[in-house]
Ligand binder design. Structure first.
Ligand SMILES: [Zn+2]
Length: 109
């Protein structure tokens, strides 16, 4: 399935603005941290960058927050059985950073 420059490996994607923005490797959070891995086989990509799925890790530069797994907020969109990470997903405690990907016009529910 393709939308413009994006290539997808599963159903449930939208370029029409419904759902939440997908998060990719390297995207940042409200703590100025970033996603340091994807927890997938890197077959699901947007603009050539792998999409993050449940269990990916977020590094936070704030002292004491460290590197924590990210919990998805999507409920319908999976890649190889793992929920896709989007805007609003949260790093685990004690960090609790909110993932804030830029607007690439690629959304999932
Ligand atoms: Zn943090």
């Amino acid at each position: 399935m393709e939308f413009g420059s994006a290539t997808f490996g599963s159903d449930g994607f939208s370029s029409s603005g419904t759902g939440k923005l997908v998060a990719l490797l390297g995207d940042s959070s409200d703590h100025n941290g970033h996603l340091i891995n994807t927890n997938q086989d890197n077959t699901l990509v947007v603009e050539g960058v792998p999409v993050c799925v449940a269990g990916c890790m977020h590094y936070c530069p704030i002292v004491g927050h460290g590197t924590q797994p990210v919990t998805p907020v999507t409920i319908k969109s999976y890649h190889n059985g793992k929920l896709i990470i989007t805007y609003g997903a949260m790093a685990a405690a004690p960090c609790n950073a909110v993932i804030q990907p830029p607007d690439r016009h690629v959304y999932v529910e």
